[in-house]
Design a protein around this ligand. Structure first.
Ligand code: PMP
Ligand code: GLN
Length: 385
């Protein structure tokens, strides 16, 4: 039995493709999780917290050590200053931050503008909140914003823009004049922004992430979300957070207190230590490692005959297989997992208004060890010949 509002969503594509990867003993370049460990210091910090007796409910808005560490991180990296005890909330992953923000800030019949392709939880959460999504399509290969189309989506009910940058699954980092125009658009239409920035430290070749909250007149209308899962390579820890002005934080917190109330205390303490104690070169090394993986896999995919969209950030590559295969993305992903034994994501499920835009595309995750990517390369090259 599934409630009507969730029936159309089925099982997430991430669970489905990981299931197929296991079934076919395939390399999993589908679901975005590292197949290597994050920093040892974090695991030790978590063990210390567990052994030290930090095992009861944390403060609902987040353990004081972590909210202070998050505020310090935002200030240090992005020159955004927030009051740690009033303008920061810790959630069980960015997923809960997104759900709480949507449920706590929007009313049924409000409307939200979402770029497609999108991260899959957005639409399900909007549906659960009774909120209508309107879609602005980013088109392969440059995924530029069509501002005329964006303007046409606005009406009296529009309250929010959902902006994910660096963007999953396209690898686009919103920046430059385009980001400025987006900020100006939000101010002119009096929209607030839910900024999903979980890949804030994963950008390449000068495409430095610029939080939309840091643009003129945006700090007071943006709720920014991040997560320890990506930056620290511990996706299973599910520690996420939001920073923003009190009038937006209070909505997200009001839903959070009834969804989960609070988040794992020892893991919050471990992330607090990571944010305060691990030195700045960590972020640069993380980017360098991912840049090497990105270049390696891009070359392999191009050799195989795919057209790869320029990846400016995240750990995903989106590519067109139109030159080598006639079917749609679902059948291509199925063929790859069954015949090449490499699991990928068919991205048409990340579109609502123009699924045909995703039908000739495939997403690869490169957050994997060098040897995993090398074995995937062997399999993909064999598949081609
Ligand atoms: N937003 C985006 C764009 C993501 O790719 C992910 C990946 N998991 C999330 C949110 C969810 O993050 P978390 O695992 O911290 O819930
Ligand atoms: N964010 C990850 C991805 O895009 C996986 C998230 C999930 O499994 N729900 O692959």
């Amino acid at each position: 039995m599934i409630a009507k509002r969730l029936q159309s969503f089925g099982t997430t594509i991430f669970s489905e493709m990981t299931r197929l990867a296991l079934l076919h003993e395939a390399i999993n370049l589908a679901q975005g999780f590292p197949d290597f460990e994050g920093p040892k210091e974090l695991r030790e910090a978590a063990v210390d917290a567990l052994r030290g007796g930090d095992n009861q409910y944390a403060r609902s808005m987040g353990h004081p050590d972590l909210v202070h560490a998050i505020a310090q991180h935002q200030s240090h990296h992005f020159q955004l200053d927030w009051n740690p005890m009033e303008e920061v909330v810790v959630f069980s992953g960015a997923t809960e931050a997104i759900a709480s923000s949507i449920l706590g800030l929007l009313n049924p019949d409000d409307e939200v503008i979402v770029f497609e392709p999108y991260y899959d939880s957005y639409c399900a959460c909007l549906k659960m909140a009774g909120v209508k999504a309107r879609f602005a399509t980013l088109k392969f290969p440059d995924f530029a914003v069509d501002f005329d189309a964006l303007e046409a989506l606005v009406n009296k009910k529009t309250r929010m823009l959902l902006l994910n940058s660096p963007h999953n699954p396209t690898g686009k980092v919103f920046g430059g004049e385009e980001l400025e125009k987006l900020a100006e658009f939000c101010v002119r239409h009096d929209l607030f922004v839910l900024a999903d920035e979980v890949y804030e430290h994963l950008w390449f070749s000068g495409h430095k992430h610029r939080p939309i909250a840091s643009l003129p007149n945006m700090k007071d209308r943006t709720l920014s979300i991040s997560s320890a899962g990506k930056t620290w390579s511990y996706t299973g820890w599910k520690i996420g957070w939001a920073t923003g002005p009190r009038h937006l934080i209070e909505g997200a917190q009001s839903a959070h207190q009834f969804l989960t109330f609070s988040t794992s205390t020892p893991l919050q303490l471990a992330v607090a230590r990571a944010l305060t104690e691990i030195d700045g070169s960590y972020f640069q090394n993380l980017r360098q490692d991912y840049d090497d993986k990105r270049r390696f896999l891009t070359e392999v995919l191009e050799d195989v005959g795919l057209v790869v969209a320029p990846c400016q950030g995240t750990y995903f590559l989106l590519a067109s297989f139109a030159d080598i295969y006639d079917g749609d993305d679902l059948s291509f992903a199925k063929k790859l997992v069954e015949e090449a034994k490499v699991a990928t994501i068919p991205p048409s499920v990340f579109y609502s208004s123009c699924p045909e835009e995703g039908r000739r595309l495939v997403r690869f995750a490169f957050c994997k060890e060098e040897k995993t990517l090398e074995e995937a390369a062997v399999r993909l090259r064999k598949f081609k010949s």
